[in-house]
Design a protein around this ligand. Structure first.
Ligand code: F6R
Length: 242
């Protein structure tokens, strides 16, 4: 695991964008695994800025998101599909036919099966991750088997509270309590992984991920087993490291 510690969130976003953009330039038909949440917003801004200034093209890029709330239509302004369109895709020349996010309406089991098959067939070259304050990656909450693949899960109360704070106008009742998420196994299949974390509320999970034992109690600790992971932290997220 390579660990890069920078001063603040903005620097972490720039650092992540350097890796992302170099990978896209080296392989214009790259398969990107993408994340939502507050953490990648700065990185996505950097990618949009680069597109405007340097024209790095995404026309042959394919993307595969980590997760989506159950039951929210793509048009819902809190769905992760909507998030990705607003924060990234609508600003780039990416072909929306190449954008993949779990379909969270209709036959969920069938949709998850199809998503797993898609990931198997296509494969992810570079996976971007955030980390939950409880150590989750994707929405693989503590206790998840490392063999898990894409499926519907129940979000932990702490995740629902975290998400309500940031989205849904703080309304706990409005936050979906279930989501479709790539499993740990899907995530570990990516050739390369970049994990971004910022803020003191991530420090404990970050410490466990890097210095702790590998345990399903802290799902992100499984990344110690991956051969090509870069963790980018701001000072606050790194504050508990030895
Ligand atoms: C998002 C995802 C989650 C988030 C994590 C951190 O697609 O899979 O694991 O990365 O919950 O969220 P933020 O960035 O909002 O702190």
């Amino acid at each position: 695991m390579k660990v890069i510690i920078v001063e603040n969130y903005d620097e972490a976003s720039v650092e992540a964008s350097k890796i992302m953009l170099a990978a896209i330039k080296a392989n214009p038909s790259i398969h990107l695994g993408l994340a939502t949440g507050t953490t990648p917003v700065g990185l996505y801004k950097e990618m949009v800025k680069d597109f405007k200034e340097n024209g790095t093209s995404y026309k042959d890029v394919k993307s595969f998101n980590l997760d989506e709330y159950s039951g929210l239509p793509k048009t819902h302004d809190q769905s992760y599909y909507y998030f990705m369109i607003e924060n990234l895709f609508k600003h780039l020349d990416i072909n929306l036919d190449n954008v993949h996010i779990q379909e969270s309406q209709g036959n969920i089991e069938e949709n998850c099966k199809k998503y797993n098959e898609l990931l198997e067939t296509e494969g992810v070259d570079l996976q971007l991750l955030g980390i939950g304050s409880n150590g989750h990656i994707g929405f693989n909450e503590p206790g998840t088997s490392f063999d898990a693949v894409t499926r519907e899960i129940a979000l932990h109360d702490s995740t629902v509270a975290d998400n309500a704070r940031l989205f849904f106008d703080g309304d706990l009742d409005a936050v979906p309590k279930k989501a479709l998420t790539q499993g740990i196994k899907n995530i570990m299949n990516a050739k390369e992984i970049v994990l971004l974390a910022s803020g003191t509320n991530k420090a404990k999970a970050v410490k466990g991920m890097i210095e702790g034992e590998i345990t399903t109690d802290l799902p992100a600790s499984v990344l110690q087993n991956h051969p090509n992971v870069t963790v980018i932290l701001d000072k606050e997220a790194a504050s508990l490291l030895k």
